[in-house]
Design a protein around this ligand. Structure first.
Ligand SMILES: C[S@@+](CC[C@H](N)C(=O)[O-])C[C@H]1O[C@@H](n2cnc3c(N)ncnc32)[C@H](O)[C@@H]1O
Length: 259
């Protein structure tokens, strides 16, 4: 079996698709690249890059496969409930209005969950919730605000009737909730972060990054938060020694900026 030339492929992807594959954990990523390359029929990465270049559908399949878009509304319900409680009892008391960034938001279930929390408690938003992802295809889907039943398993019946309408087998998010969210493309590795944020929700994406990249992201996220702001991470994304970033743990997977 021929050895695959990952160095060539990483450089090709960076030059042609502007994605830094070297930021991701190598073993896991290379396994995925190999699988998706085989599905295209290519035998080498040189051949596969040629196919990505020529054929939009191969390119789309590659991007879809490496970005891993799994998500759902109120993912890890118990953690979302704790987060909701902190927003009401703590954050909204400290600030007149809040700005929220949902980073690596996939198909939008996460920022729309946040919008429902904000709406439920009539919390004052400074501006729209900014929801970003590296993957333009899923952002298009996020903007449509249409979901299947399995993505709503954590949405209560009351919330379903309040915030969704059923259309042709889909649940469509109400326009009032949709209007609270602004989607845009953003790469956590390459792009700069906004500042003056009160909440950053960044879940189930840093697990894919190498340690040094993850550390850089947490550092920049802490810089982007105001003192007293919150960072909400995924249920496997404990930040070790959060103090090194000026963060302190206030609950499982929720950190407050203290400097
Ligand atoms: C597993 S999903 C997480 C979705 C949501 N945050 C959640 O927890 O349910 C990971 C998302 O990270 C996005 N992603 C991967 N690399 C990224 C990068 N460098 N910058 C921004 N988003 C990225 C993927 O496109 C994907 O939508």
């Amino acid at each position: 079996m021929t050895t695959l030339n990952y160095d060539y492929f990483y450089n090709w992807v960076q030059a042609n698709l502007n994605i830094r594959l070297d930021a991701y954990k190598e073993k896991q990523l290379n396994r995925r690249i190999q699988t998706v390359m085989r599905q295209s029929g290519a035998l080498t990465l040189e051949e596969y890059s040629g196919l990505i270049h020529q054929d939009e559908s191969v390119k789309k399949q590659f991007l879809d496969y490496i970005t891993i878009n799994v998500t759902e509304f109120f993912r890890n319900k118990d953690l979302f409930e704790k987060f909701e409680e902190l927003l009401i009892t703590d954050l909204s008391k400290k600030f007149d209005s809040i700005s929220i960034w949902s980073a690596a938001c996939s198909i939008g279930a996460e920022p729309y969950s946040l919008a429902m929390i904000i709406d439920r408690h009539s919390l004052p938003l400074k501006k729209s919730i900014v929801a970003t992802d590296i993957d333009e295809t899923i952002l298009k889907r996020a903007k449509t605000g249409k979901y299947r039943e399995n993505e709503l398993k954590n949405v209560s019946l009351i919330d379903r009737s309040h915030y969704f309408t059923q259309e042709d087998g889909y649940y469509a998010v109400d326009s009032r909730i949709k209007e609270m969210v602004q989607f845009r493309k953003h790469d956590l590795v390459l792009d700069s972060f906004e500042s003056g944020l009160h909440v950053i929700v960044c879940r189930n994406v840093t697990i894919y990054f190498k340690n040094e990249v993850k550390e850089d992201i947490y550092r920049r996220m802490s810089d982007a938060l105001v003192t007293g702001g919150l960072l909400f991470t995924g249920a496997t994304e404990t930040i070790y020694q959060p103090e090194q970033y000026g963060l302190k743990k206030v609950s499982s997977f929720i950190y407050e900026k203290f400097v």
